[in-house]
Design a protein around this ligand. Structure first.
Ligand code: FRU
Length: 499
């Protein structure tokens, strides 16, 4: 009865609105459904509603991946930050969970990380039930408005139920701001040789490294990066992790910079070197980018994944993130990527490839020409000799997305100039390019295409590009152009089962 009453009230309201502006109402509802159908990705994580930016606090435990993220539930633009939460068994299918951490009197909940405190060093759990500790920046809006310079401080929260619910530590903040405007995004790891926790923190144009025995008291060890890498923008969201390559272990320090990216706006750079428990050092002074596309920012790795190093990034760019044409939600995450190291010449480079779990979702094999199936796609091209090639996705509107390799410049590229809607930002429609790092004549080129994103992993992940786009209708044909017949014949495509 009550439901019937509410329903008729809603109907009455709609009819009343309709009386004044029936066309506009119809358009909005149709548009919303259409927008959802057109733009909500199949195999990439998006919040149900609201605004999302950086991935936060990612950890793995008992077969479950936890993803937290910068979340503003009340609008589709950036606002007071919470930590949203989702879990997955395979990094592809995500289950939405209630908001994990809410702002409190110390401020909003900015980016940070989480660790499994196996030995209960913090004393915030028990030996039998070790706690999960999250470490994040609290940003005081009041402090910022009052013109202070110490409005970003580091706090911790703890979970005694595997990351589902969190309690704020009463001794927060655990690191007080010494009077520096940009002082944020703590990423914490366990350093076995010194048996201490290490934190890497973004501080204006460099990173600070801290150590701790218990995650509550921290000592500054060193800083890194003031004179290295790209400094066109502020440094944010650093990470520090080990990878092996050429039978040796290396340390990688990655850090996002905004603006300053190789194709404008936000992007993530990295350094390969050594970490002795106190200081990070590198022999290389080359600026290296994890991803040359415009849409992979603030990416960091999961903790507690053993020898696998898995990263996820925010698939957008601060240049236009708040204007992209989605209504109910804004932004998606990149596909989970497994990181590795490869030597080219004298330099070590980080490689990224989509996580192997994606294999379980491959369904039918496709071929060049019309695409009838609506789903996400994977494309693989390989050959013994690389020559220029262009792959084109097109829709009935004549909008097209071009991507491939240009031999004259030795660059991979994505051209989204004519890919679809772009009037929301003047710099969105553009051609983006990336250097080919590999010096081999043979090549591999793996591409993931979802409704609004393309991720290219060339040469086993040595050159990576991620771009988003917004076609007015789904692309329904794929063609490949190249003077090299072998390359044309070697294109393999398959679709993924829709989520
Ligand atoms: C990066 C960033 C972080 C900050 C968060 C706020 O995109 O600016 O430095 O913690 O977003 O939402």
């Amino acid at each position: 009865m009550m439901r019937l009453y509410i329903q008729s009230c809603v109907l009455l309201l709609i009819m009343t609105c309709g009386f004044f502006n029936s066309n506009a109402q119809n358009l909005i509802s149709k548009d919303t459904i259409n927008n959802e159908r057109l733009y909500r990705p199949y195999i990439h994580f998006t919040p149900k509603t609201g605004w999302m930016n950086d991935p936060n606090g990612m950890f793995f435990q008992n077969g479950t991946y936890h993803l937290y993220y910068q979340f503003y539930p009340n609008a589709t633009v950036w606002g007071p930050m919470h930590w949203g939460h989702a879990t997955s068994k395979d990094l592809i299918h995500w289950e939405h969970k209630p908001i994990a951490i809410y702002p409190d009197s110390l401020g909003l909940i900015f980016s940070g990380s989480a660790v499994v405190d196996k030995n209960n060093t913090s004393g915030l759990g028990t030996q039998k039930n070790p706690p999960i500790i999250s470490i994040f920046t609290q940003h005081s809006m009041e402090g910022e408005k009052a013109g202070k310079n110490n409005f970003q401080n580091q706090s911790i929260a703890y979970s005694n139920d595997g990351g589902n619910t969190w309690k704020m530590y009463t001794g927060n903040p655990v690191i007080k701001n010494p009077g520096i405007n940009d002082f944020r995004d703590p990423k914490v790891l366990w350093h076995e040789p010194t048996k201490r926790w290490i934190m890497v923190l973004a501080v204006k144009n460099k990173v600070f490294l801290y150590s701790s025995a218990n995650l509550k008291e921290w000592d500054k060890e060193s800083d890194f990066g003031e004179l290295l890498g790209n400094h066109e923008g502020v440094w944010e969201c650093p990470d520090l992790f080990q990878l092996s390559g050429n039978g040796k272990n290396y340390w990688v320090l990655s850090v996002s910079v905004n603006p300053g990216g190789p194709n404008k706006g936000s992007a993530t750079q990295y350094f390969v070197g050594d970490f002795d428990g106190h200081q990070f050092s590198t022999n290389s002074n080359k600026t290296k980018w994890l991803d040359y596309g415009t849409d992979n920012y603030a990416g960091v790795t999961f903790s507690n994944t053993g020898n696998r190093k898995i990263a996820i990034g925010w698939m957008s760019n601060w240049l236009y993130a708040q204007q992209v044409p989605t209504y109910k939600w804004r932004s998606a995450m990149t596909i989970g990527r497994e990181l590795g190291l490869q030597e080219v010449g004298e330099e070590m480079f980080v490689t990224s490839m989509p996580v192997k779990e994606l294999k379980f979702y491959k369904s039918s094999v496709l071929s060049e020409g019309p695409i009838t199936q609506t789903s996400a796609y994977q494309l693989n091209v390989q050959g013994s000799k690389i020559n220029s090639f262009t792959i084109t996705l097109q829709n009935e509107e004549g909008e097209s997305l071009d991507f491939g390799y240009d031999q004259a410049t030795n660059q991979y590229f994505i051209d989204r100039s004519f890919a679809g809607v772009h009037d929301f930002h003047k710099e969105f429609a553009a051609l983006h390019s990336a250097p080919r790092i590999s010096t081999n004549s043979n090549f591999t080129f793996k591409v993931l295409i979802d409704k609004t994103s393309i991720e290219i992993f060339a040469d086993n992940g040595l050159t990576v590009m991620t771009d988003i786009f917004f076609p007015s209708s789904p692309y329904n044909s794929v063609t490949i152009q190249s003077t090299n017949e072998e390359l044309r014949k070697n294109i393999k495509m398959s679709s993924f089962l829709a989520q």
